[in-house]
Design a protein around this ligand. Structure first.
Ligand SMILES: Cc1cc2nc3c(=O)[nH]c(=O)nc-3n(C[C@H](O)[C@H](O)[C@H](O)COP(=O)(O)O)c2cc1C
Length: 347
């Protein structure tokens, strides 16, 4: 019999799959159209996919496997397969939240497998924004993690029957950033970020921010399905989409802040569009999980190979020799996104 936490993790996996098709009825990246240049004046061999995210954090490919799971037998099996593929394709990979291991140390095996399968790969450990310094140091050293992701997930916690109700996180985040030796990425879980949120993070010394917007995995829907007492249906459309969040981020002075995108990324063109809107790297969770769970390991293997080839060719098509250069590509916005941008004074 698995613990309550393990059951919750299994429910997340099965509900993420169940709601997958519904959420992809809206593809918000369609609201971004890139301008074609028939004379890129370069070769595909000029393209280098490496991205420097921080002084001590370089990834070999701009897209990576975003935080998903850990803490149950099923999670172990998924993490093993994802880590094998991350290793094969030289992709960075984030773990699911490691918060569980302070209560249930045995759960660690389902995370440890990620490092075992990918001894030299780039791994982001994942914890809640209220994690203690001990928890963070422990998670990083156990996994030999190259960075720490701290998730900020107010909307999800509020809908969860057993969720947190205290959201005083900023001072703790700043403290962890100041004490840890690895880079800290603060991420949403699919509700997006406004310029206000990003500015607050910047003033608390956070320089790697994953806006993780609406448009893919929907934790309002997932947690609402798990909550049998209160119906939070009215929050199913809560938050900013990923393109909206990227425009929000783009509108404020960056300084040394780097933006990462995730949320609703379902194609190599989405990866590129996120780069054009200012993302330095792109995390993909639900789309890859769905392929792994419904079509199997080989199908995801094939998808990852294809995505790498296509991303490289799209960069050449746009005349960019690196992912970072995408920020100079011209684009136009669809009516809805343009209206959002104007009302928010983002353009
Ligand atoms: C099954 C599942 C479990 C997740 N668990 C975590 C988690 O433990 N920590 C976290 O920061 N994000 C978690 N996420 C959120 C993702 O990292 C990502 O922010 C979100 O799903 C949006 O990306 P997507 O649309 O590509 O799925 C999870 C996502 C899925 C699908």
């Amino acid at each position: 019999m698995e613990s309550r936490h393990a059951q919750r993790k299994n429910e997340h996996l099965s509900l993420a799959a169940k709601y997958y098709d519904q959420v992809h009825q809206h593809h918000y990246f369609d609201q971004v159209r890139l301008i074609h240049d028939s004379l890129p004046e370069m070769t595909t061999d000029d393209v280098d996919l490496h991205v420097q995210l921080a002084d001590n954090l370089e990834i070999e490919c701009p897209f990576y496997i975003e935080a998903m799971t850990g803490g149950s037998d099923q999670a172990l099996k998924i993490n093993r397969q994802l880590a094998q593929l991350a290793h094969k394709h030289h992709l960075a990979m984030a773990t699911g939240s490691l918060s569980i291991i302070s209560k249930d140390p045995q759960a660690f095996s389902s995370f440890e497998i990620i490092r075992e399968e990918n001894p030299d790969g780039i791994i982001f450990a994942n914890l809640s924004a209220n994690a203690s310094l001990d928890q963070a140091v422990n998670a990083i050293s156990l996994l030999k993690a190259n960075a720490l992701e701290l998730h900020i997930n107010v909307a999800q916690e509020l809908i969860m029957p057993e969720g947190d109700r205290d959201f005083n996180w900023l001072d703790n985040i700043q403290y962890l950033v100041s004490e840890l030796e690895v880079p800290v990425i603060v991420k949403e879980v699919g509700f997006g970020m406004s310029k206000t949120t990003i500015a607050k993070l910047q003033t608390h010394d956070v320089h790697l921010i994953n806006v993780s917007g609406r448009g893919g995995t929907n934790f309002a829907a997932i947690e609402n399905r798990r909550n049998h007492d209160i119906n939070f249906e009215s929050l199913l459309d809560w938050g900013q989409t990923t393109p909206e969040s990227l425009l929000e981020a783009h509108s404020i002075r960056r300084g040394k802040t780097e933006i990462i995108a995730s949320g609703g990324i379902i194609s190599p063109l989405d990866v590129i569009k996120a780069g054009v809107l200012g993302a330095r790297a792109v995390g993909v969770a639900g789309y890859f999980l769905n392929i792994l769970q419904n079509e199997g390991y080989e199908a995801l293997d094939q998808t990852l190979s294809e995505w790498q080839v296509i991303v490289k060719r799209l960069l050449a098509l746009l005349g960019c020799s690196s992912f970072t250069e995408l920020s100079r590509v011209e684009y136009v916005l669809g009516t809805d996104l343009l209206s959002y941008a104007r009302q928010r004074h983002l353009r």
